[in-house]
Design a protein around this ligand. Structure first.
Ligand code: HH2
Length: 257
């Protein structure tokens, strides 16, 4: 899954793809690099980020979706707003990715009738405050139980399990130790019987290990994506599609021989 941030303030590439032409060029480049799906977002959810109004998020995301929908590469829309979810699936989005786990009351209803896939992510709190001293007694168990409850809620809303993707939400209300534990124990999430997505690309947890700024975390991101796939991730959400694909191709070749 290639990331297209149509934002002025995303942590790793904020502002680079904010204008329509820049965003479209980047989306086409990621498709050419071999992305199986694109995730388009119009609101940064980095720690401390301020919320974006619906009109503004719509203005950022919808023209790109309308341009790319119906092509060979499915489009995911990264949003927490039910109104935008509804508009996005009507415009041809194949997936809605909600970092809030569809906790808004009308979020599941916004997508249930559409046939689109959903990615349910775990986040402790809100982006503005989520990194303020997060605590868990058993991080993997608590994230698992949260996702299990959200999967049940989605089933009750009429969304089939085959349409669901679950994601432990690396960096969303987690310390370094929590993130590393979740990655080590990622295999446990297969127990939810949904596809598992891991988003580690260029995140702070990799900066803490390597001492590098976001743009220089490519190598660390590839290592993390490879570990995630080895631990059962079906989808990796990445900024660097070609490099990640090459690494995973080597792993797949070794595994099949
Ligand atoms: N991470 C980010 C955004 N959306 N969605 C899922 N399902 N999983 C993730 O780990 C995830 C996500 C944050 O990364 P990015 O989009 O690059 O940054 P920003 O939120 O600053 O736009």
């Amino acid at each position: 899954m290639g990331v297209v941030n149509v934002t002025p303030d995303s942590f790793s590439d904020g502002g680079k793809y904010f204008r329509f032409e820049q965003a479209l060029g980047h989306a086409q480049a990621l498709i050419a690099e071999g992305a199986d799906v694109l995730d388009i977002g119009g609101e940064s959810t980095r720690p401390g980020a301020a919320p974006v109004a619906l009109d503004e998020e719509r203005r950022r995301v919808m023209p790109l979706l309308e341009r790319l929908a119906g092509g060979a590469t499915p489009i995911s829309i990264d949003t927490r707003k039910p109104e935008l979810m509804r508009e996005a699936v009507a415009a041809g989005a194949s997936m809605i990715n909600d970092v809030c786990g569809f906790r808004d009351d009308s979020a599941f209803d916004a997508v249930a009738g559409s046939g689109a896939a959903i990615c349910i992510m775990h986040m402790r709190g809100e982006p503005r405050t989520m990194q303020q001293d997060p605590r868990y007694a058993d991080v993997t168990g608590e994230v698992f139980d949260y996702l299990a409850a959200r999967v049940d809620a989605a089933l009750a809303a009429g969304i089939a399990r085959e349409r669901m993707v679950v994601d432990p939400g690396f960096g969303f209300g987690k310390t370094q130790a929590h993130n590393l534990t979740l990655l080590r124990e990622l295999g446990r999430f297969s127990g939810l019987r949904c596809a598992v997505l891991a988003g580690l690309s260029r995140k702070t947890l990799l900066g803490t290990i390597t001492g590098r700024d976001p743009a220089l975390r490519v190598h660390a991101s590839i290592a993390a994506a490879l570990i995630a796939v080895q631990h059962g991730a079906h989808i990796v959400r990445v900024h660097d599609v070609a490099a990640t694909r090459d690494a995973l191709a080597v792993w797949a070749a070794v595994r099949q021989n």
